[in-house]
Ligand binder design. Sequence first.
Ligand SMILES: [Fe+2]
Ligand SMILES: [Fe+2]
Length: 347
Amino acid sequence: MSIPSKNRDFFEIKLDFLKDNTSSHFDVYANLDNTKVTQNQRPSIGTNPDADDLLLYAKAPYSWTHREISDLNSSGISSLYVKEDDRKRFQRYLRINEPAPEVDHSLEARFRIVQVEELGAHLIETSFLAEIDDDLVGKLRGVAGDLSNCLREDPRSVLHLKTLADHDLYTYIHSVGVGSLSTAIAMSLGITDPTELANYAFGGLMHDIGKRDVPLNILNKAGPLNPDEWEHMKRHPDHGTRIVTEFETPQMVVDMISLHHEKLDGSGYPFGLSKNEIPIHVQIATVADIFNALTTTRCYHRKRTRFEALMFMKHHLKGKISAEVFKGLVRCLATEEQVVPPASKVA
Ligand SMILES: [Fe+2]
Ligand SMILES: [Fe+2]
């Protein structure tokens, strides 16, 4: 057990904040003095314990069971302590253990897609912090189906997605945006098969899932990466491929995850593939990924307007991305006319 030195480095959490059958990705400290008080003499929240009384109780990652939480409760422990450095991890723990946002399926597609986006971001965040199991993958597939249904009902609902995200939420919101936009581009290129479209949504949703294995300080760095950090970041397509191949995943989805940073001129990673070595569904995910990143606010660049982003892609990515797919992107963002055929029956 290690003893922290300064109590100002800690904040207090209520035992009630910890939920049964969850994992915490932050160290939790206990005030040993609390064990000496009885149930009705518990110290109130806000009490500052002497730092010397705090001991590392649960080292991250830690799985909390119902039994343990109720044992702590009956020992008179109502408060625990977390290091200030872990405050963001604790906040994420609270968020992912909140009930998932709900989707009202009776809403029109353009309103429903905003709720699906929230649910998708919540589930992607969960997949970054918790164990990825069949249940979670099933829910993510459900979100992909909901996204593609919204777009088939109303292709223009893609324009209602968020383009603002705080830094921590960026990757999660971005993933939903890429899922939606990949589907919308595929539709604008004439793809109508519902299963295929749901796979576009799923591939886009999962394309950056491998970032869960990139160290947080690199993922959340508020500036350009150094060469060493960049090497770590470039492994996320491999990490993602390894994660999803543990589950039954359609090959086109695996491709979208493993190859979305390849470029037609061979300048991409991880394999440096070129032209027809890169399947069309991957080329679509790449264009959706770049456009969404350019039009979303991040701490190190301002958000571009859709027009600015399209101009940037047209002038700076010529030869790197597919001109056909780029045209598809322009068509599905067009404001004047609905270029995509109306959806057939929505499942
Ligand atoms: Fe990526
Ligand atoms: Fe991405």
